[in-house]
Ligand binder design. Structure first.
Ligand code: GLN
Length: 264
């Protein structure tokens, strides 16, 4: 839905279809004051998803607070790519790790559409984990949420996964302030990927094989034009290699799939 549709389906408590079937509606007084209040916040640049406190991702509802990054449509490509690889795995016991889960959108969607998997999700932010837990309940799935800076938690020691997914912060620090003004409402730790935007890829790629079974996958979202630099990080490693790049709807290379080839 576009922003106007999001706004009016919320105000009128109806679906998108209803809006187009009823093109001339008179708003009751309480509805029009609600609309005015929302528009006022929107005019100051607050993203509609934070004003309404929710969004849709993979057709599911997610509660949001300003402590979590707003799920983006591009990230659905990461989830769909992950689901494609999961379907090919014969083994019944499938464990998945979602690193930096934020609102929980990736891990929760995987749990919903691939219910046979056992899923762990980490985040460094307690506030984010609180939102993610509420979203797991809202969507009726079970996930183990772990507070961790990427893999750094005792809970993850000796664990091995068939799939690790992540949409890490990937914007270069000095670029953040040049982006759309809405971005400043999102948590900086969810955006800031360090000097060149690649800090989290370096850390994730360096450690991923320690947490992957053989023949298992690491699937990550990437920012605009980051593919060559991220691939170069993999080039230095012998037990994990890039096997696929998936483009988004704007033809931008968006998702990178790597495979652990053998136990190093
Ligand atoms: N994994 C979450 C998402 O895709 C959070 C991403 C982030 O905070 N960088 O929405």
């Amino acid at each position: 839905m576009n922003e106007t549709e999001i706004l009016f389906t919320e105000i009128l408590n109806c679906d998108r279809f209803y809006l187009y079937e009823n093109r001339e509606l008179i708003l009751k007084k309480d509805r029009s004051s609600l609309l005015a209040a929302i528009l006022k916040r929107r005019m100051y640049g607050q993203p509609i998803q934070y004003i309404l406190g929710k969004t849709e991702f993979m057709g599911l509802e997610f509660k949001l607070t300003p402590y979590v990054f707003i799920p983006r449509q591009e990230t659905e490509i990461l989830v769909e790519t992950a689901l494609n690889y999961l379907k090919r795995i014969k083994n019944k016991e499938i464990r998945i790790l979602d690193l930096g889960t934020g609102s929980g959108c990736i891990g929760i969607s995987l749990a919903k559409f691939f219910p046979q998997a056992e899923i762990d999700a980490t985040d460094i932010s307690d506030e984010a984990l609180k939102v993610a837990k509420e979203n797991a309940i809202l969507n009726n799935v079970e996930i183990d949420f772990i507070r961790a800076d990427l893999f750094n938690s005792d809970c993850l020691r000796f664990k091995r996964y068939r799939l690790i997914v992540s949409n890490p912060p990937y914007i270069a620090t000095k670029e953040i302030d040049t982006l759309a003004s809405e971005i400043k409402y999102e948590p900086r730790i969810a955006l800031d990927g360090g000097k060149d935007g690649l800090d989290f890829y370096r850390r994730i790629i360096k450690d991923a094989s320690d947490y992957l079974e053989e023949d298992s996958f690491l699937i990550m979202e990437m920012g605009f034009n980051q593919r060559p630099a991220i691939e170069a990080i993999f080039n230095g490693l012998k037990d994990i290699e890039v096997i696929k790049i998936v483009k988004d709807y704007n033809n931008i290379e968006r998702v990178i799939v790597a495979k652990k080839v053998k136990n190093g």
